[in-house]
Design a protein around this ligand. Sequence first.
Ligand SMILES: Cc1cc2nc3c(=O)[nH]c(=O)nc-3n(C[C@H](O)[C@H](O)[C@H](O)COP(=O)(O)OP(=O)(O)OC[C@H]3O[C@@H](n4cnc5c(N)ncnc54)[C@H](O)[C@@H]3O)c2cc1C
Length: 677
Amino acid sequence: MKAVNHREIPYNFTSADDRLIINHLFGPAVWEDLEELRSQRVTGRSARLVMRCMGDLFILHRNPFLYQELIDSPRRRYSFFRTMGKDLDIIAATAQRGRVVPERSDKVLSLVRLCRERMRELQRQIGGAVARRRAIRKRLGAEIGAANVHFDPFALISHATDATDWRLHLPVAVARPAAGEQVVGLLAAIEELGLFAIPRGGGTGLTGGAVPVRADCVMINTEKLNRIHGIETREFTGDDGQVRQMPVLRLEAGVITQDAMQYAERSGLVFATDPTSAWASTIGGNIAENAGGKTAVLWGTAIDNLLAYTMAMPGGTLLTVRRTNHPMRKILHEDRVQFEVCDAAGTCVRTIDLAGSEIRKPGLWKDITNKALGGLPGVQKEGTDGVIVDAEFILYPAYEKKLTFCLEFFGPDMDEASRVIVEISEQFKNQGEEALMALEHFDEEYIRAINYKFKAARSEPPKAVLLIDMVAHTTTQILRGRERLQALMEGYANTEIFVASDADEAERFWRDRKRLGAIAARTNAFKLNEDIVLPLAALAEFARFVDARNVDEDLYNKESVVREVMAYLATAEPIEDPDWLEAKIPKADELCTAALGRIAGREPATLRTEAHLRALKDDLLELFRGFPRISENLARIFAEVRQRRIVIATHMHAGDGNVHVNIPVFSNDRAMMERAA
Ligand SMILES: Cc1cc2nc3c(=O)[nH]c(=O)nc-3n(C[C@H](O)[C@H](O)[C@H](O)COP(=O)(O)OP(=O)(O)OC[C@H]3O[C@@H](n4cnc5c(N)ncnc54)[C@H](O)[C@@H]3O)c2cc1C
């Protein structure tokens, strides 16, 4: 297997290749010139020196510890820039000498000029860093206290990216305000210094919203805004016109979501915004991303449970946004959802009236595509319009009764499974009695990956599994719910339903769901993820599409195995008896060609099985018995190429049509990643 070297820049310990780095630092035109020069590489030394200069510029851009070292040590700084200057002189001199091809020399010289410019810029920046930081600390410190302004490398590196691992720039500083009121002044001070503000909660975001996407960003870390003010009771009017008392939680934006959940739980209540990242995410991040988790099927996402929040806005204003009509349930498509926006004096400056279908398109239960939401500040804005400093959420009484169900879907495709999922979600709309609290599905790729022990007495594994938590306030309600669900399933011949007999068994049902990480065991836990939001009714069509892709990819990979084997045998050299080997090659080719024909035949009985490859491998190993090195290499090719097959696995979160699509890939295999993408 011939590997293409995408990295000549030293210290490139990133997922970026040279092209990405150079595009980022110098722009695409420079990359094109560099590629051209590299393709006609005349002097190896110059090329190495150019890459070293670029590597040095890049690593200082990326690594705050090295950057800090140059700030702290004028001696090191001097020697670093002197060496780089000398290297650039050597490259320029070599280019001048070799003016045989003037166009090439000009390109090299312009590259040297550019590196020199960047070097001087960096030199100026590092030389002026102490004074600049002093000025920033003085101005921001006046708002939040000097001790809450950080420049140390550890603070900078830990705010350089979020859960996306997307890295572009280091922040210029990290600010940790300790009180909500400080944030208005902080934003004004950042603006005054000509810098840019990015709010950050737990850094678990998957949209890159907390990534410094340009130079000169100050990260506003909200971790000190972590006070939970308490629970109070307020009056709400339900759909039936009845006024009821409901508990409301008031808290600051930097509170960890799980702390809010546990706080509510201690009072027998539920804080219903529960992303899987709750142990690390914050309330501000939940609002800014409109997060939701396992219980979204029952209570929706952050916007469904949010009653009010205060935001510090650029320009020195403080806004309070308040929902004026919460009916004590999640938002439905036919609802009208009203908010009022008030200034710091409490004067209502604007009202926002949204249709439920503007929040989520008809047919979708998770949909964050309408970022504007009629100009509603903060929600789904990924921190781009202001900083949320505190919030109020409705809490729900915890359900006392819970039953866990496991549904296994059999048959040739996902048609029945998707009809079942649609029917269940229609039949079990939340009416305040028995209701579905969690609905999680995983497909046959996961079933295979986790070695799922299916419960049905059937001879083939299921096509998909659905786990359901049903909740109710009374025994009568939960038993009625169970009967209704079981009766519903009687109409579906390919679906088997199982009820957990107690909490331990329910735990065991859910344990399978927690093992889904096994999908990427083959690729050392690395995978590409994409969330796709579908109307539930389209699930079957999507599953058919995924199935077809998986079959194509499997065949493509099997053919690659055979072709790699053929390519290897064409050049293989044994330790001894080359003539004997030579005589066997035509037979090996014949076996390989026959295997290719069988693979391309797409026989249903052998599709997605290892039958043809296993047979070919056995035949070849038999043919080359007595040639240990050849046999060893053949076995290695079979294993290595097969490891690189692309498999698309899906699981649906929260029964809301939010399908997580995962493709395990090797992080060091560019071809595999490109094919997967
Ligand atoms: C393992 C894992 C599981 C996840 N599971 C789920 C899930 O089940 N459901 C789900 O919806 N998401 C999930 N996510 C995504 C993520 O956790 C959520 O989006 C979460 O709400 C982000 O919160 P955070 O505090 O970490 O925000 P950050 O990552 O810190 O920031 C996210 C965005 O919010 C902005 N922001 C943060 N705080 C504020 C503030 N105070 N004011 C204004 N803007 C602010 C930031 O600028 C950024 O744009 C998961 C992520 C991971 C890594």
